[in-house]
Design a protein around this ligand. Structure first.
Ligand code: ATP
Ligand code: MG
Length: 586
């Protein structure tokens, strides 16, 4: 029983100054966590109770699919991460440190290397497979923007698991088992969640899906089709190409490239106005007929050099840097500055066109909306001049395509053509087919029936355990405070005794014992000399799903039972109170 008279808990009336999102404010105010430094938190008894509940659900569902729990050190020698290349690939995200002999170590941001090495050390025959292992362990990432409290920590708890199979079909089966387990986990935790297509980021690999909790404060943007079940992180989304009669798809159809005098057209709008004055064709030009070339710079992992990258998108669209970043990871991408541009005098600011990029040896990628054979108005690489009828495949050839445009509400679904809707979400978990990358790197093979070595194929699956606590708070809080789903909060019932009368406290004590023996986790506000108003406010802030009040009503033989979420209140006879509370709390 959690007795508030002795519980290590101080609730705060005011929001912490550094808190940006509701879950952060409330978890601090309700005494669940305390900040130590940016992205680093201490867990107090209430917070730890919720964390333990989340861990329990995760552990049970992992065990239910036959995954076995192990535990690795967080401190790892550099050599292991050198083999995988991630000592440098992880860049500034990695916490690096030295022991007394000056040997290099890191605090693991994730544990692919150790899982692979562990299995390699123990197993050698096809008979040993398939295998699934998991751990619930603390990870370290020196996040650039540790924000939103424990939603994005620099130290956080993750459940990470790996499946080991000998065949692609086996990996498929293991992946499906994990995906199903994740559905059970997030359903049991009481989440509203979506499964969306994702990019696999620094890890490489093929099938990749994220479990997102829709929330305004989420850092991920995803789309959902209004008609079919297509849903994708915007980093991974594909959108349907709109019909493009004006721009065409057949290079031979277009007139020859034509250079135009377009002085004083610094923006797309001024350019479009000028184009329509020139009367090059019957239909008017629109921003979407222009090709905008955005100069970025990239830095490959392990290098300190920046390289220019130009990305071409239709002029009515912006480039989404986060979307690009997600696809280029672990390469870093950002806007190029004047110094970067100065390295390439051939790039004329405001008038860049792709016609010269190959000669300048500047890498050029286009969004898929710039289809092969389409014609564009774009820069002519001379001050004050643009060019019309610049055709992909005739006048320029990009080095490749990349989903670069900012996705808009109302863009069309690549599967069914209906409109997509944008929303924000918090990434709760990630499942993906890692494939043979780590097994090849570390030589994880098994001897098949004929004694021939085959390379193992792996799946990688993560759940943000500490993040799940904050995400759940984020999805369920209301204007009074936290509001935990049943079974996940720090208690099942919050019993409040009010007044000065000993009989009230005696009755509450008896009821608390009864509830406990009925199997409920009971929080009991047995504080003397604290006003009912303060006790109610605390109960609402702490967010246990059922609140029972033993107080004024006791002289009439009743106890008040409240549903924290709906605020429905019932006066229940003392004798029937335990049953009523148990019924509501389950
Ligand atoms: P993000 O895109 O949010 O940085 P990620 O893709 O790097 O996350 P993974 O490497 O897939 O994350 O880690 C698995 C899970 O761990 C994520 O789905 C997320 O729930 C959680 N997680 C990742 N980074 C953090 C963090 N800094 N703080 C808390 N939880 C995290
Ligand atoms: Mg991820």
């Amino acid at each position: 029983m959690l007795r508030l008279s002795t519980l290590f808990l101080r609730t705060l009336r005011d929001d912490p100054a550094d808190a940006e999102v509701p879950s952060h404010k409330l978890l601090v105010r309700a005494g669940y966590v305390r900040r130590v430094a940016p992205g680093m938190y201490s867990w107090l008894p209430l917070g730890l109770a919720v964390l333990a509940n989340v861990e329990r659900v995760v552990r049970e569902e992992m065990q239910a699919i036959g995954s076995q729990e192990v535990h690795f050190p967080a401190l790892i020698p550099r050599e292991i991460f050198e083999v995988s290349g991630r000592w440098s690939d992880y860049g500034d995200l990695l916490f690096r440190l030295q022991d007394r002999k000056d040997a290099d170590y890191l605090l693991a941001p994730t544990h692919e290397e150790l899982f692979t090495l562990l299995v390699k050390g123990e197993y050698s025959s096809y008979k040993d497979y398939p295998l699934s292992l998991f751990q619930i362990q603390t990870k370290y990432r020196d996040e650039a923007r540790p924000r939103a409290g424990i939603l994005r920590g620099r130290e956080f708890v993750m459940k990470d698991s790996y499946s080991f199979d000998l065949t692609d079909a086996g990996l498929e089966t293991s992946y499906k088992a994990h995906r199903d387990a994740y559905e059970r986990i997030f359903t049991r935790l009481g989440f509203d969640y979506r499964i969306v297509f994702a990019v696999s980021g620094a890890m490489g690999g093929s099938a990749s899906e994220e479990f997102l909790a829709p929330a305004a404060s989420g850092e991920d943007t995803f789309v959902q089709c209004t008609n079919c079940d297509y849903a994708a992180n915007t980093e991974a989304v594909e959108i349907a190409l709109p019909p493009q009669p004006a721009r065409g798809t057949d290079a031979a159809e277009h007139p020859a490239e034509q250079v135009l005098d377009t002085p004083d057209t610094p923006t797309i709008d001024t350019l479009v106005t000028r184009l329509n004055e020139l009367g090059l064709r019957d239909e008017p030009f629109a921003a979407s007929d222009t090709l905008k070339n955005v100069v970025l710079r990239t830095q490959a992992p392990g290098t300190h050099d920046w390289e220019l990258l130009v990305v071409g998108v239709p002029g009515d669209r912006d480039v989404d840097l986060k979307r690009l970043g997600g696809q280029l990871e672990p390469t870093i991408v950002e806007q190029a500055g004047p110094d970067d541009l100065a390295t390439q005098p051939g790039l004329v600011k405001g008038y860049i066109g792709p016609q010269v990029l190959a000669d300048l040896k500047v890498r050029y990628l286009v969004d898929p909306l710039v289809v092969p054979g389409s014609a564009w108005v774009t820069g002519a690489n001379t001050d004050g001049k643009h060019a019309a009828f610049v055709v992909r495949g005739r006048d320029f050839e990009p080095d490749g395509e990349i989903g670069a445009v900012e996705i808009r509400d109302g863009d069309h679904c690549v599967r069914c053509g209906h409109e997509l809707r944008l929303a924000r979400g918090i990434e709760l978990g990630h499942v993906f087919q890692l494939g043979r990358k780590y097994a090849e790197t570390f030589g994880l093979t098994a001897l098949d029936q004929n004694g021939k070595p085959v390379t193992v194929t792996m799946g990688s699956y993560g759940v943000g355990v500490t993040r799940a606590v904050a995400a759940l708070a984020e999805q369920t809080y209301d204007d009074k405070g936290l509001c935990w789903p049943k079974g996940i909060g720090p208690a099942d019932v919050h019993l409040v005794a009010t007044g000065k009368d000993d009989t009230v406290f005696d009755a509450a004590e008896t009821l608390a014992a009864e509830l406990e023996s009925a199997g409920l986790r009971v929080m009991y506000d047995d504080r003397r000399g604290v006003s009912p108003g303060v006790k109610f406010k605390d109960a609402e802030l702490i967010g246990v799903p059922v609140i029972a009040i033993v107080g004024k009503g006791l002289v009439d033989g009743v106890i008040e039972v409240r549903d924290r979420r709906s605020d429905e209140r019932d006066q229940v006879a003392v004798d029937a109170a335990a049953d009523a509370i148990v019924a509501l709390a389950r």
